[in-house]
Design a protein around this ligand. Sequence first.
Ligand code: NAD
Length: 308
Amino acid sequence: MPKYSIALVTGGAGFIGSHIVDALIRRHIKVYVVDDLSTGNSKNVNPNAHFTRMSILNPQFVEYLKRVKPDVIFHTAAQINLRDSVKDPLNDAKTNILGSLTIAHVAGQINVKKIIFCSSGGPMYPESARLPWSEKIIPEPSSPYAISKRSAEMYFHFAYMVHGVSYIALRYANVYGPRQNAKGEAGVISIFTNQMLNGKPSTIFGTGKQTRDYVYVEDVVAANIAAMNKKVIGVFNIGTGKETDVNTIFQKLQKLTRAQLPARHEPAGVGEVMRSALDARKAREILEWKPKVKLDEGLERTVKWFGK
Ligand code: NAD
């Protein structure tokens, strides 16, 4: 198993990034966090991490990378909103393509051993392909967000081919759990939970029959740790393979929170797929990873955290 002593987590004040930071600190790895707090919260950052508030687009970020010289980078910082990427694809590309390319480019100069990149599975595959989608399906990114994630994967592959920087791109399904931002549009579970606990109505976009594959954040962290420890490179789906529709999520959360307001309905956004679920057999075989937290248990834990 490769040994790492210094890790950098971009976006380490965010939902997934902050949980990765905690897991690394538990493993006695020195952790640096760079986050501009655009959607993250400094309260999420583990006090034992070295936190710098900075954008990965800031020219000083390159100097920072050269000074810190991490041997492993978890790149989670991103413009995460699919609908915003449709409205403003240039802004999405700045963070998600140029920010990622900066990391891929500089990593080759400072001897980074491995990069673990947060990619996305749902909007990556053609909707016409049979579910659950495996990595063997040729990507057909359906939004600027997915295009930028696919571009970043390719730049990391390029950095591997040319500079020998190992990388793993984890294509997540819909991640949920404690600390997920309830204000944006990214996580329907955190948004509904927060609204229900505060007596506010929830909005379902479209019919609510659209399905997603919901994976609990603790399982996603385990996938990141497995990706760090395995001497392999490439792209891996991280999901449960199971579809759950938004109406079902709404009803389950209503029960858990004892909320009573009916859902409001609004039209679905452009670039949104109707169904999605990821086949994670490759991760199971090669990373020896499988999801452990069942949806009902994950929802219960999430509601408990939001209700604190
Ligand atoms: P998040 O918003 O909680 O985390 C992103 C973090 O990046 C935030 O703390 C934000 O402040 C920071 N950030 C954004 N732009 C930055 C910049 N230019 N410089 C420095 N920091 C910046 O979202 P998350 O759900 O934790 O997402 C983490 C990663 O996982 C993202 O790359 C996202 O695209 C990917 N992802 C998430 C999901 C999901 O369901 N949550 C699914 C697929 C992929």
